[in-house]
Design a protein around this ligand. Structure first.
Ligand code: SAM
Length: 288
């Protein structure tokens, strides 16, 4: 089977299988060889690695991953793509295709079954409509992962990387930075895909921290406060923690004084470290 990473081969496979793109599955297939080779090299895969690919499409990136990795597990939701993948990947004995919604998979069980519970690497050109639930699901599952190297919408990559006081800073930035070290590998224009998305894209690598950069008593409680803090950006922290996490205003005021912060401070001004301190100071209010 020839390499799919060019417009001619991609169109050939799509037409000969009478494949219809489904917008609801975020299907934009990669056709640029330079971008593909950057994704593979920035994910630093070796033959010792087991890789999880989310959404293989017609198998373009899967072919390159199979050549670089020991084993590739490719999870695809669209039933119409499964017979196509069986054909485009038939020369690769180290690929397992799973027909499933990745959001419904038990990741720990998958890693136990295919990699004896040892850490894997995730590499994908993600379906943009579910980027945040996929990334949060990967981290919150606490499954063993070395890194996540993914194509995402450019704005989302900016949000993952940004710090306090910027317009892009929010709950996603704090979650990504709590769990990993984000690094934008490259920006990718719409003409690198078929069909062309109507947004710019970026490849981002998230390298899992061996240890979180901040210590916190209960990280679920910290993230509940963070979500409340950014739920209504224009509200003060005092009001958003009251309405979004039922924290009594007197308790928030005393924590803010303790931290030398103003009564009118907004969530977007706080660093991850400050959210960790705030969360510990308000731990008596924690509820799951
Ligand atoms: N990897 C291919 C490529 O780069 O050409 C396709 C990438 S395309 C942006 C996203 C892929 O994710 C599509 O194949 C789509 O069907 C699949 N997908 C969408 N939602 C999914 C889900 N919940 N679980 C698994 N795959 C999904």
């Amino acid at each position: 089977m020839s390499k799919l990473i060019n417009p001619q081969e991609t169109i050939k496979v799509i037409q000969s299988n009478d494949f219809k793109f489904q917008k609801r599955f975020g299907q934009n297939f990669l056709i640029d060889e330079g971008v593909l080779s950057n994704i593979i090299s920035s994910s630093s895969i070796t033959k010792d690695d087991c890789v999880l690919e989310i959404g293989p499409g017609i198998g373009t990136m899967t072919q390159a991953l199979a050549e670089a990795a020991g084993h590739v597990i490719a999870v695809e939701i669209d039933a119409n793509l499964i017979p196509i993948l069986q054909d485009t990947l038939k020369d690769y004995s180290n690929v397992t295709v799973i027909h499933s919604d990745v959001l419904k998979l038990d990741l720990n069980e998958l890693i136990e079954n295919y990699n004896s519970g040892k850490p894997i690497k995730v590499v994908a050109n993600l379906p943009y409509y579910i980027t945040t639930p996929i990334i949060m699901g990967l981290f919150e599952s606490e499954a063993p992962l070395y890194s996540i190297t993914v194509m995402v919408q450019k704005e989302v990559a900016d949000r993952m990387q940004s710090g306090p006081g910027t317009k892009d800073y929010g709950a996603l930035s704090l979650a990504v930075q709590y769990y990993s070290d984000p690094y934008i590998v490259q920006l990718v224009p719409p003409n690198c895909f078929i069909p062309r998305p109507n947004v710019g894209s970026a490849v981002i690598r998230l390298t899992r921290h061996a240890e979180s950069p901040v210590k916190v008593i209960n990280d679920k409680w910290m993230f509940k406060l963070i979500k409340a803090a950014f739920g209504q950006r224009r509200k003060t922290l005092l009001n958003s923690l009251f309405s979004g996490a039922s924290v009594p205003k007197d308790d928030t005021l005393s924590a803010l004084h303790n931290m030398n912060l103003s009564d009118t401070v907004r969530g977007e001004a706080l660093t991850l470290e400050q959210f960790a301190i705030l969360s510990d100071l308000l731990i008596a209010n924690a509820s799951d």
